[in-house]
Design a protein around this ligand. Structure first.
Ligand SMILES: [Zn+2]
Ligand SMILES: [Zn+2]
Length: 133
């Protein structure tokens, strides 16, 4: 079981399943939304995810017609992104996850939009945009 929460603890969740996708997104929207050089996401099957407290507290922002960003309106923590093209999956903001995680091979996406001040220093696969587009 994987657990996680936002910074203020108002939103918490559990995942009763595996992380089947692990990516670092360097797009400008993720950089702004996460206030970071890139955002790391764990793909999980939607049916394995459940909110503990907080489902009534979440807010969402449509960063595009296909991407909905779920966040805690109290502390601003990004919780996940939902994609209309992948209704059976959720992409959880990994910074909210607790403890040790078992992960598949990771990769970088939207490296073409990467922050000029950040250097990728690992050996993971890199894609200029999204390999699934
Ligand atoms: Zn919060
Ligand atoms: Zn992104």
């Amino acid at each position: 079981m994987i657990s996680g929460k936002c910074e203020c603890g108002g939103v918490a969740y559990r995942v009763d399943g595996e992380i089947h996708d692990y990516s670092h997104c360097h797009c400008s929207q993720c950089r702004r939304l996460h206030g970071a050089a890139f955002a790391s996401f764990a793909g999980v099957v939607r049916d394995t995810f459940s909110y503990l407290p907080g489902k009534d507290r979440i807010a969402s922002y449509a960063s595009s017609s296909t991407h909905s960003r779920v966040f805690c309106p109290n502390c601003g923590s990004n919780i996940m992104v939902e994609l209309t093209s992948e209704p059976n999956d959720l992409y959880i903001a990994m910074g909210t996850m607790d403890g040790e995680l078992s992960l598949p091979a990771g990769y970088h996406i939207y490296v073409g939009s990467k922050a000029s001040w950040h250097s990728i220093t690992d050996d993971l696969l890199q894609f200029d945009t999204d390999p699934e587009d």
